[in-house]
Design a protein around this ligand. Structure first.
Ligand code: 0GY
Length: 289
């Protein structure tokens, strides 16, 4: 399986994001000679270093960001933490950890800007752990005010829903729970995701990554109604991110400027845009408002 590199020259978006806007989901990869990829990884990306991501955020207008640890770096969060340390407190991180996580490590990561742990349930990316692994970590981080990010595909939700209900921290769902957009807004798998967001206390949902769910390609008009439905249904629980550098995109590589230009279609009023890009990430990640 060949790996597509990120877009070399994304356009400057026409949509101007509000001041203090946050790209709440992106990754930093390598450089591999300094931060090697994990031996157990299921794909090998091209380097996507902090300098390139800082420059992208400047071009797109984001002064804040959340770096999410991706599976190719396993439980070695060094590249992500190195970027946090270079961000003057403007960026936060979400780590992936082993079952032997200690309170000292949590404290150290907190000082660097980490505010959550990611549980990945996508079988093509990781080996799924026993339920005890997830609950042990969630209980350990709960007193620190951290949250758990969960990544799954919609058909997998039924299997993990019981576990998600037991997690004692807020949860944030990656990429809208990956609905199958061909099945429509009324399909039971999509309704199940919405019910979870509606009924589980402290649940957040990310409404970016349209490029990964589309069946028809840019400008992703088959996915826009789903993202908009989430924003309008849960205006104070939604987050948006670029997902740069878009690991494992098979069909095409999106232009990040074009992704930003879709925001007014997803969040059609200034107020919704402000909630999505500024207020909500500030609440979850402890940024000043
Ligand atoms: C994403 C999506 C993907 C990869 C990862 O941890 C990862 O490797 O999250 C994917 O392949 O769907 O969020 O970047």
């Amino acid at each position: 399986m060949s790996y597509r590199p990120f877009h070399p020259n994304p356009k400057r978006p026409d949509f101007v994001v509000p001041e203090k806007a946050c790209d709440a989901h992106c990754h930093v990869f390598g450089p591999a000679d300094k931060f090697p990829f994990a031996p157990e990884r299921k794909y090998t990306p091209v380097d996507a270093p902090k300098e390139t991501l800082f420059a992208l955020h400047k071009r797109l207008g984001f002064s804040r960001s959340v770096l999410v640890q991706a599976s190719c770096h396993g439980t070695d969060n060094s590249a992500m933490i190195d970027m946090l340390m270079s961000s003057n407190g403007r960026y936060r991180g979400v780590a992936v950890v082993g079952a032997n996580l200690t309170e000292d490590e949590v404290t150290r990561m907190h000082e660097a800007g980490v505010r959550g742990i990611r549980f990945n349930f996508v079988k093509r990316l990781v080996d799924i752990q026993p339920k005890e692994y997830y609950l042990k970590i969630a209980k350990l981080i709960a007193p620190y005010g951290w949250h758990i990010i969960v990544y799954f595909e919609s058909q997998e939700l039924a299997d993990i829903e019981g576990l998600l209900m037991e997690i004692p921290t807020p949860i944030a769902i990656d990429h809208m729970g990956r609905p199958d957009v061909d099945k429509g807004l009324e399909h039971p798998d999509y309704r199940r995701i919405k019910n979870l967001v509606a009924n589980r206390k402290d649940t957040w949902i990310k409404v970016g990554c349209l490029e990964r769910m589309t069946q028809v390609g840019p400008p992703y008009q088959d996915v826009v109604p789903f993202a908009r439905d989430m924003v309008e249904s849960f205006p104070d629980q939604v987050l948006w991110g670029t997902d740069w550098p878009h690991p494992n995109m098979q069909s095409h590589m999106p232009d990040d400027g074009a992704l930003v230009n879709l925001i007014p279609q997803i969040a059609p009023t200034t107020e919704l845009q402000h909630q999505l890009l500024v207020d909500n990430p500030a609440r979850l990640y402890g940024f000043e408002r």
